[in-house]
Each structure stands twice: as structure tokens, then as C-alpha cells.
Design a protein around this ligand. Structure first.
Ligand SMILES: Nc1nc2c(c(=O)[nH]1)N[C@@H](CNc1ccc(C(=O)N[C@@H](CCC(=O)N[C@@H](CCC(=O)N[C@@H](CCC(=O)O)C(=O)O)C(=O)O)C(=O)O)cc1)CN2
Ligand code: MET
Ligand SMILES: [Zn+2]
Length: 762
């Protein structure tokens, strides 16, 4: 055996977001299907070639996608929901319609990929019998072979994770679905093998969750079958994001290699190796470079770790790789021009991480010594010691954390104050915060950032937008207004730019879903409030209307989960620092006459640890942070919060414990399921279950919105219920946003009227 360097997945978006721009040009008709395919092919091959030049031996193919890798799997197996079956199978039109919805078909649901800010399309299996529509992996392998003469490593999601993450089938039929998928996987693998593939990576991240014995038995069925059919193909069974729960059983499966995450496993994977050893007929694909954070590694410490692994496995059976796909980090540090130099030197994005993988592989081969690594991360080390990480006022506040209120007067008492203060109609209407971020707004911001526009010019442009949208909201007759968030690039980045201790990149883009990207801020030091961040725009909006304007902030948990966080202290310390900083902003808004303040926590569910045993601690910390941020307000101030993109059933008690007066939750793509959880859990506060999907350009009908209201009112009291969209409207255009809101307000009015008639007739 030889030692290999490997990668699990490379960012799709391209160094300059070429991928995003190409997709969007195709969607708005600026380029043809052929141009789309050609550009995508060029990008895909460029990525393979780049990895080859960096000395990566096992280069993934199949990680690249035109939208999402789960959707690719569903598509490859012909899992086309019936509402799309009139479209031609395998066509690009069908593919994008499933992802984004079409005129008469709603899109498939989209949800969080494990504990990340990446979202996947949830396949709907219905009673489809899968077939192999196209062996995508074979084409990708052959493409790289023909064009670049590189033997790549096809990567795909394994059948068990695929099925467990899919929906619209009876889970009692899991076995039947699995039985029909196994031969198809085997066909894919067989064709790959015959084409000359030697290594295949099959991802089964579900193995890091708490799965039971029955599922483990299915793992035997699947991998026994693969082995029986293709005894000579080298399959790596790959896991990531956590330690695996059934180590002993999993490492005994008949595969050539096991991929483990040694970064996010809290030492558990190694302790399993210590306890049970590692089979001597397998390779260990060792994930030792952090694929989810951006700090340079201490290669010295990593080399020591490899030496430690050597107690349990011959080093010539090691594959050195990142802990997971590099999908979650930006492409390269190279193009960053505005980061403080010391910080820039402390960072490693995808490309730099691959260099680290290469270096460590050379170490295992004996071509590097630990001495060679001594100075590699010196900038990172000096950074760790810097004063930005030891701000006295922050440290003092943390030491006195118990002096900050985390409890308000009883909800039952303050609720009456709120009813009196605003006297809103039943089923009040509102929106989630953002209005369309048009090209014009983004370009204005770009000009301001480049210095072509003065601060005043930009500010007055933003005010014009606010004014326009306050008028639009009044005309639509919405009850609780928002200023529209026009001044924000992104809800997390915006606060990252203003808080002390956080830096923002210029080109550090990461895919969030489809073509949408984010630049996660880098929390490098102690976090502190500097000066009010949202008061000017919010207070200005309030001067324009007699209706209440809701202040709009991003909560501490979300800032934490959507940033790259320093790793020298416990994350929960950072969380408390963020909570105290946001608390200052809440108080500043309140002081300036804003009576409703929404503190968004869309990432609260996403941060939930994959292992149940760790959840209580996380949820306690998250709830504490939210309460630290919000509980210092006066009883008459109404605190709102908002969440989206998640399954909420298992955190509903924590949601309650936030003690927010009003919550809005995304629910239209999975309405029935969410409403059902309120049958079981008696939620007493005010709540808006999103009544239409904002991710689709489709305008909902009054009937659809009405049905959603009606279903919610079956389990929630009408005095509790708010009517709002699923999430902010920043990704829509003005025309779509206005048309949909009009429908929403009309539907709310119809139901209001129905309620009045009902009360009168009773
Ligand atoms: N951080 C985060 N995570 C989240 C969400 C979120 O809002 N934020 N929402 C959920 C869904 N995820 C989303 C992620 C991204 C976007 C989104 O709209 N992203 C925008 C980028 C937003 C942004 O930061 N824009 C900047 C920079 C825009 C830009 O590309 N500027 C051009 C110039 C302007 C132009 O010509 O368009 C350039 O630099 O070249 C700005 O507004 O200033 C995009 O990909 O298009 C939406 C939802 C869950 N996770
Ligand atoms: C991803 S949650 C978004 C909440 C934010 N207030 C907005 O409307 O965009
Ligand atoms: Zn949202």
C-alpha cells in the first residue's frame, strides 16, 4: 500500500463565483443551455486540474453539481415527483423545476444539510421505482480522464443516508426502497469499475447520528451486496461532521477503507481505535485538516497526531484528507485584499487546506520532518496571543454574566400591555424583515464601498428605498412594518462588519443553497458592541408611518453559527460575548422608541449537535444567549424572533424557553408536519407560521394562503396567530414581493371576516 492525499469535495462556486453567475445568467435567459454546459464543464475541469497541481492523489468527481448533490442523486435514480412527470425525464428544465419550482409546480422542500448552513433538496420518493437514468459519475470520471488524463475518485452519497434524508414514503417501506436501490448502485459501481475506476467514495454521514441497530443491519446488507458484486473495487465508506456511533460494526464492513472525521469528533474516533483497534485489511481515510473552519492548522500538532494514529494502524494504510468536503469554506485566501495582514496570514481556505493535506502526506511518506513545520503557523500563533483576544471590558462583563437579566416579567402579564399598546387586528399581518435586494441596491453598495459614492450619497439612497417601501407596505395595508434591511449585505455579515472582534472578507464566498452564497464573517477576537448599528434606519422608518415599525436584528446564536469562529476558547464563551453585544443594540432601539424588536435566530436549529447527548448543553447555552440579548427590555416592549429552514419538532421546548412574545417560523413547504407538532405541544405565545414560500418566484393564490391559515387555525388559537411569509423577501424582485404580499393580506382579511361572522353567529 501507499500513502495517499485525498479530498472529499471541492467548492463548486469558483474563485470569482463564476458558477453562481453562470447559473443565474442561464435562469434569466442570458445564456443558452449549451453555454451553461460548456462553462460548467470548464469550471469542473479547472477544479480537478487545480487539485492535481496541488498534489492531491484522490481527486473527487461527482461533488460538482448544477444545484445540489442530493437533487443529483434523486435525478440520477429517476425519483421525479408526480407533479413534474409531464416534463421530460432527465431534462434540465425538470431538474431546475424540482429545485426552484415552476409556474404550476411547487419546488421540492429544501432543508439544512446536517449541522451546516448548506441546504439540500429533499427528494420525494412517492411510490417511484428507481431506475438508472444516467450514470453521471461515469461521465464525470471519463470526462476528467479524457480531457486531463487524470484518474479521479467518483464520490456519491450512499443509499442509506440518501433514503433516510428523503421523504414522501412510508418509513415502514424503507427496506423495499433499499432493495430496489441496491442493484442500481451496483450497476453504477460496476460501470465505474469497468471504466477503470479504482477508488470510489461513498458518503454515509448518517452514521454520525444516533442510529439504531436496525439501520446498522441495513449497512451490512448494502455493503455486503456491493462487495459480493465488486470484490476488487476500492470503496471508501466516508463519514464526517462527528464521530461514528457504531464503530466496531462499521469498521468490520467489507469495504476497502473507512473515512473518519478526526477534527469534529471530540477525540472519540481515536478512542474507539484505541479500544477496538483498526482492521488490518483496510485503509483509514483520516480527516485531519478542518474542513469547516478557516484557521491555518498547526502542521506540527497534526504531524504529532499522525504519529499517534500510528499506534493503531500502519501509516502506509493512511489516506490524508480534510475532515469533510471543502464545500463549507471559501476557495482561496489569495484574493483577500482588505483583511488585516496578521489575520490573513492566519487563514487557510480550501486551496490552502489542500496544501496542508499535501504537506502532511509528505510527512507520512518521510519527505518532511516535524522540524519543517515549526514555523508554518507562526502568524496564527502570534495572532492567538494578540490583544484583540483579550479585551478587558469583555472579560469583565463575562465574569459578571449573572448580573445581566435573563428573565422578564411573566408573559401572561406583559401580553396585555402589548395588546393595549398596539391594538392590532386579529391575524395581524407582517413580514420577516428584508425586501428585495435589487441589482441597483447592490451596485450602489459596491460604488460606496469602492469610494465612488460618498457616505451621504449612499445613506440618502438607502433612505429613499426605505421610504418607498414604507409607502408600499402602507398601501398593502400590512399591520406591522419593517424598514427593509436595504443597508445590509447579509444579515450576519452586516453585524460582523460593525461589531468589534469580527472581520469580513471581500471574496470569501461559500454556497448556502442553489446559486445563493454567503461570506461568513470571521470572529477573530473578543466581540464587543461598538456603536448603534441599526437605530438610524429603523428610527427613520418609524418617522414615516403611524404603524409600528419592527426593529430587526440578528441573534447571537445565528451570528455564531454562520461565522467562522476562533478556536482557542469554548464556542459558548464567544456566544455570550455576542449576546451581550446584541443586548446593547436591543436597548439602543428601545431607547429610540422602537417597541417591537425582532431578534432573528434562523440558525438555532442548525447548530443542534448531531448527537443527542450533546443537545441539552447546546440548547441551554442558546436559550441563555437569546435571553441575555433580549430580557433587559421593558415589559411593554415586544420581542419577536424568526426561524426558517429546519425541523422544529425536536426543539419546540427550547423555542418556548426563549420567552419571545412572537415567533415567525418558515413552514409552507412542509406545512402539515409543522402544524402537527403544535397539536402535540401546547404553545401559548403568539406565532406566525409562514403562509407562503418565498424561495419560489411563484405568486401564491388566495386559496393556497387561505388553506395554510386554515390549517394553522385548527391547532392554534386565532388570537395567537400572525400572518406572514416564510422568510425575508430579499431574494425576490419587487413585482413578485408586492404581488405575493397583496395575496397574503387579502387572505388574512378574508379569514378575519370569517372569524367575525363566526363570533357573531355564536
Ligand atoms: N448568512 C446567511 N445564511 C443564511 C441566510 C442568510 O440570509 N444569511 N438565509 C438562509 C438561506 N441562505 C441564503 C444565503 C444567501 C442569500 C443571498 O441572497 N446571497 C446573495 C449575496 C448577498 C450579499 O452578500 N450581497 C452583497 C454582495 C453582492 C454582490 O455580488 N455584488 C457584486 C456587485 C453587485 C452586482 O452587480 O450585483 C459584486 O461584488 O460583484 C451585497 O449585497 O452587497 C447572493 O448569493 O447573491 C440568501 C439566502 C439560510 N442561511
Ligand atoms: C434567514 S432568516 C432572514 C431574516 C431576515 N430578517 C430577513 O428577512 O431576511
Ligand atoms: Zn428566515
Amino acid at each position: 500500500m501507499a500513502v495517499f492525499s485525498s479530498n472529499l469535495g471541492y467548492p463548486r462556486i469558483g474563485e470569482r463565483r463564476e458558477w453562481k453567475k453562470t447559473l443565474e445568467s442561464f435562469w434569466n435567459g442570458a445564456i443558452s443551455e449549451t453555454e451553461l454546459y460548456d462553462t460548467m464543464k470548464r469550471l469542473r475541469l479547472r477544479h480537478v486540474q487545480k487539485q492535481m497541481k496541488k498534489g492531491i492523489d484522490l481527486i473527487p468527481v461527482g461533488d460538482f453539481s448544477l444545484y445540489d448533490h442530493m437533487l443529483d442523486m434523486a435525478f440520477m435514480f429517476g425519483y421525479i415527483p408526480s407533479r413534474f412527470q409531464h416534463m421530460s425525464r432527465g431534462s434540465l428544465e425538470t431538474y431546475f423545476a424540482m429545485a426552484r419550482g415552476a409556474k404550476h409546480q411547487s419546488a421540492l422542500e429544501m432543508t439544512k444539510w446536517f449541522n451546516t448552513n448548506y441546504h439540500y433538496i429533499v427528494p420525494e420518493l412517492e411510490n417511484t421505482t428507481p431506475i438508472l437514468v444516467e450514470n453521471r459519475l461515469l461521465h464525470l470520471y471519463e470526462e476528467a480522464k479524457q480531457e486531463l488524463n487524470i484518474d479521479t475518485k467518483p464520490v456519491m452519497l450512499g443509499p442509506i443516508t440518501f433514503l433516510l434524508l428523503s421523504k414522501k414514503y412510508d418509513h415502514n417501506d424503507f427496506k423495499t426502497h433499499l432493495s430496489s436501490l441496491i442493484p442500481i448502485y451496483i450497476q453504477v459501481l460496476k460501470e465505474l469499475y469497468e471504466a477503470g475506476v479504482s477508488w470510489v467514495q461513498i458518503d454515509e454521514p448518517i452514521l454520525v447520528q444516533d442510529i439504531d441497530e436496525t439501520i446498522i443491519r441495513f449497512f451490512h446488507d448494502v455493503y455486503d451486496a456491493f462487495h459480493a458484486a465488486l470484490p476488487s473495487l476500492h470503496i471508501i465508506l466516508q463519514t464526517y461532521y462527528e464521530s461514528i456511533s457504531h464503530y466496531k460494526e462499521i469498521v468490520s464492513l467489507p469495504v476497502a477503507g473507512i473515512g473518519l472525521d478526526f477534527v469534529h469528533d471530540e477525540g472519540i474516533n481515536v478512542s474507539h481505535m484505541r479500544k477496538w483497534g483498526f482492521p488490518d485489511d483496510k485503509v483509514l481515510a483520516a480527516g485531519i485538516i478542518d474542513g469547516r473552519n478557516v484557521w491555518k492548522s498547526s502542521l506540527e500538532a497534526k504531524a504529532n497526531f499522525i504519529d499517534h494514529l500510528a499506534h493503531y494502524i500502519d501509516v502506509d494504510r493512511l489516506i490524508i484528507q480534510p475532515s469533510c468536503s471543502l464545500l463549507h469554506v471559501p476557495v482561496t485566501v489569495q484574493h483577500e485584499q482588505s483583511l488585516p495582514p496578521l489575520l490573513k496570514e492566519a487563514l487557510a481556505f480550501a486551496d490552502e487546506k489542500l496544501d496542508e493535506v499535501y504537506e502532511l502526506t509528505q510527512y507520512v511518506k518521510g519527505d518532511r520532518t516535524i522540524d519543517d513545520f515549526r514555523h508554518y503557523d507562526r502568524h496564527y500563533q502570534s495572532f492567538v496571543m494578540s490583544s484583540s483576544r483579550n479585551v478587558q471590558s469583555v472579560q469583565e462583563a463575562l465574569a459578571n454574566i449573572e448580573t445581566y437579566p435573563t428573565k422578564r416579567i411573566d408573559y401572561s402579564k406583559r401580553k396585555h400591555d402589548h395588546k393595549k399598546r398596539w391594538n392590532l387586528p386579529v391575524l395581524p399581518t407582517t413580514t420577516i424583515g428584508s425586501f428585495p435586494q435589487t441589482k441597483e441596491i447592490r451596485q450602489a453598495r459596491l460604488k460606496w464601498k469602492k469610494g465612488e459614492w460618498t457616505e451621504e450619497h449612499y445613506q440618502s439612497f438607502i433612505r429613499k428605498e426605505i421610504k418607498n417601501w414604507i409607502h408600499i407596505q402602507e398601501k398593502l395595508d400590512i399591520d406591522v412594518l419593517v424598514h427593509g434591511e436595504f443597508e445590509r449585505t447579509d444579515m450576519v455579515e452586516f453585524f460582523g462588519e460593525k461589531l468589534t472582534g469580527i472581520a469580513c472578507t471581500t471574496n470569501g464566498w461559500v454556497q448556502s443553497y442553489g446559486s445563493r452564497c454567503v461570506r461568513p464573517p470571521i470572529i477573530f477576537g473578543d466581540v464587543a458592541f461598538n456603536k448603534p448599528m441599526t437605530v438610524d434606519e429603523t428610527a427613520y422608518a418609524q418617522t414615516l408611518t403611524h404603524k409600528p415599525v419592527k426593529g430587526m436584528l440578528t441573534g447571537p446564536v445565528t451570528i455564531l453559527n454562520w461565522s467562522f469562529v476562533r478556536n482557542d476558547i469554548d464556542r459558548f464563551h464567544v456566544l455570550r460575548q455576542l449576546a451581550l453585544a446584541i443586548r446593547e443594540e436591543v436597548l439602543a432601539l428601545e431607547k429610540n422608541g422602537i417597541g417591537m424588536i425582532q431578534v432573528d435566530e434562523p440558525a438555532l436549529r442548525e447548530g443542534l449537535p448531531l448527537k443527542r447527548s450533546k443537545r441539552t448543553r447546546y440548547l441551554e447555552a442558546a436559550v441563555e444567549a437569546f435571553r441575555l440579548a433580549t430580557c433587559s427590555v421593558q415589559p411593554e416592549t415586544q420581542i419577536h424572533t424568526h426561524m426558517c429552514y429546519s425541523q422544529f419538532e425536536d426543539i419546540i421546548e427550547a423555542i418556548d424557553a426563549l420567552d419571545a412574545d412572537v415567533i415567525s417560523i418558515e413552514s409552507s413547504r412542509s406545512h402539515g408536519e409543522l402544524v402537527h407538532s403544535f397539536e402535540i405541544y401546547r404553545y401559548e405565545r403568539e406565532i406566525g407560521l409562514g403562509v407562503y414560500d418565498i424561495h419560489s418566484p411563484r405568486i401564491p393564490t388566495i386559496e393556497e394562503v387561505g388553506e395554510n391559515i386554515e390549517r394553522a387555525l385548527q391547532v392554534l388559537d386565532h388570537h395567537q396567530f400572525w400572518v406572514n411569509p416564510d422568510c425575508g423577501l430579499k431574494t425576490r424582485n419587487a413585482e413578485e414581493a408586492i404581488a405575493a404580499l397583496k395575496v397574503m393580506v387579502e387572505a388574512a382579511k378574508i379569514y378575519r371576516q370569517k372569524l367575525v361572522t363566526k363570533t357573531v353567529s355564536q
